[in-house]
Design a protein around this ligand. Structure first.
Ligand code: HEM
Ligand code: NAG
Ligand code: NAG
Ligand code: NAG
Ligand code: NAG
Ligand code: NAG
Ligand code: NAG
Ligand code: NAG
Length: 324
């Protein structure tokens, strides 16, 4: 009896238990077949961010939107009218596809036919965070590329800015991520931009009792009203107006000051449902940059492990936009 329990414990530690997905990827997957892959991706990401600072945010988000739909399999990169690019959360929103093409071209000339597009997204996301002043981590590798996109999966599986916190938590739960992951990864909104159309409902005619969302700081609301009043809903503004392009914990400090941009941001601190499960984490991260950065890295690794294709599953795409 005792030794059976020990044996089960041994199997879990060795990765034969419920956490097998993690053990299928490895740090040294390309150490022989493409030893320079990290440097190649790194310099392409650096170039792209030098050209446009926002690209760091866009690349980070691509990895997230890839992993939540059919796992981290590069499916978001596939072109075609039935692709994920045309799903609501991505249409006129997901960006950086040309940069991924450039990275792929550079990687192919270093090691033709070897590195998957899914791994390129994972590596690019890490350097995007690093070059924004955020933490670094070792990226697990060995994901293979999926053969199909899943537009309906993107529509149903990706969280939206109007979702309740409860719904966001359950969408994360569906891919094996918990409430700590929800709050830590929402900290990705410390960089990047969002369009007026995704938060303007908070600015006027909000409810029967309040024209402006009462959980939005009044001076920030006034500022956003003037920003969004002209033009179509495509005008953008920073998700973190305190330190727009810097990867830090100001996103969480903003939430304490009712300066979250999206309803789904502020709700982590202010919504009734958010209070029990997410509010105390927001407070912790607002007070401790270390705790945020450490939990963010852990959650990024977890997210990068969502249902990877490995071994002979899938393929290594030659062109990230089309299956071979
Ligand atoms: C928790 C649920 C989440 C919701 C509801 C959400 C929603 C959104 C929305 C609505 C935008 C603006 C899109 C646009 O203007 O077209 C956005 C941008 C962004 N999101 Fe999220 N997001 C969530 C989680 C995450 C996670 C987990 C990450 C990464 C770790 C992330 C990273 C980003 C980044 C970096 C941007 C800016 C992209 C850019 O400027 O190109 N988000 N998000
Ligand atoms: C890579 O290999 C494919 C065939 O597998 C070939 O069509 C392509 O031209 C090669 N590209 C480079 C850059 O060598
Ligand atoms: C698309 O995603 C949904 C939701 O995760 C899943 O049930 C379905 O099997 C996926 N379809 C394909 C073709 O992968
Ligand atoms: C979420 O999972 C991590 C391990 O991946 C764990 O350390 C953390 O305590 C969990 N959080 C919650 C709220 O269950
Ligand atoms: C405000 O909302 C109400 C109902 O939700 C609607 O009848 C009214 O037309 C809206 N007003 C404006 C100015 O959009
Ligand atoms: C935003 O830009 C897209 C693409 O250019 C366009 O199709 C759309 O009508 C614009 N307006 C809104 C509100 O999305
Ligand atoms: C950002 O927040 C810090 C600390 O809360 C504050 O000292 C600083 O003035 C803020 N900067 C901007 C640009 O809002
Ligand atoms: C931040 O930490 C300080 C000192 O430990 C504490 O007094 C304060 O209540 C904390 N604030 C939040 C929002 O947790």
């Amino acid at each position: 009896m005792g030794s059976n329990l020990l044996f089960v414990g041994f199997l879990l530690v060795m990765g034969f238990g419920p956490i097998t997905a993690r053990s299928q990827l490895s740090y040294d997957y390309y150490s022989k077949s493409c030893p320079n892959v990290l440097n190649v991706v790194r310099s392409q990401v650096l170039n792209a961010i030098k050209t446009e600072t926002r690209m760091a945010a866009s690349l980070l988000r691509l990895h997230f939107h890839d992993c939540f739909v059919n796992g981290c399999d590069g499916s978001i990169l596939l072109d075609g009218s039935d692709g994920e690019k045309f799903a609501f959360p991505n249409l006129n929103s997901a960006r950086g596809f040309e940069v991924v093409d450039s990275i792929k071209t550079a990687v192919e000339s270093a090691c033709n036919g070897t590195v998957s597009c899914a791994d390129i997204l994972a590596i690019a996301a890490k350097y995007a965070v690093v070059f924004s002043g955020g933490p670094s981590w070792r990226v697990l590798l060995g994901r293979r590329d999926g053969l199909v996109a899943n537009q309906s999966g993107a529509n149903s599986g990706l969280p939206g800015p109007f979702d309740s916190i409860e719904s966001i938590i359950s969408k994360f739960d569906a891919v094996g991520l918990n409430t700590t992951d929800v709050v830590a990864l929402s900290g990705g909104h410390t960089i990047g931009r969002a369009r007026c159309t995704l938060f303007s409902s908070r600015l006027s005619n909000f409810s029967d009792t309040s024209s402006v969302d009462p959980t939005l700081d009044a001076s920030m609301a006034a500022d956003l009203q003037s920003l969004c009043s002209s033009g179509d809903g495509n005008t953008t503004t920073a998700l973190d107006r305190n330190s727009t392009d810097v990867f830090d914990n100001h996103y969480f400090q903003n939430l304490l000051n009712q300066k979250g941009l999206l309803s789904s941001d502020q709700g982590l601190y202010s919504s009734d449902e958010g209070i029990a499960s997410t509010k105390s984490l927001v407070e912790t991260y607002s007070n401790s940059s270390e705790r945020f950065l450490c939990d963010f890295v852990n959650s990024m690794v977890k997210m990068g492990n969502i249902s990877p294709l490995t071994g002979s599953q899938g393929e290594v795409r030659q062109n990230c936009r089309v299956a071979n």
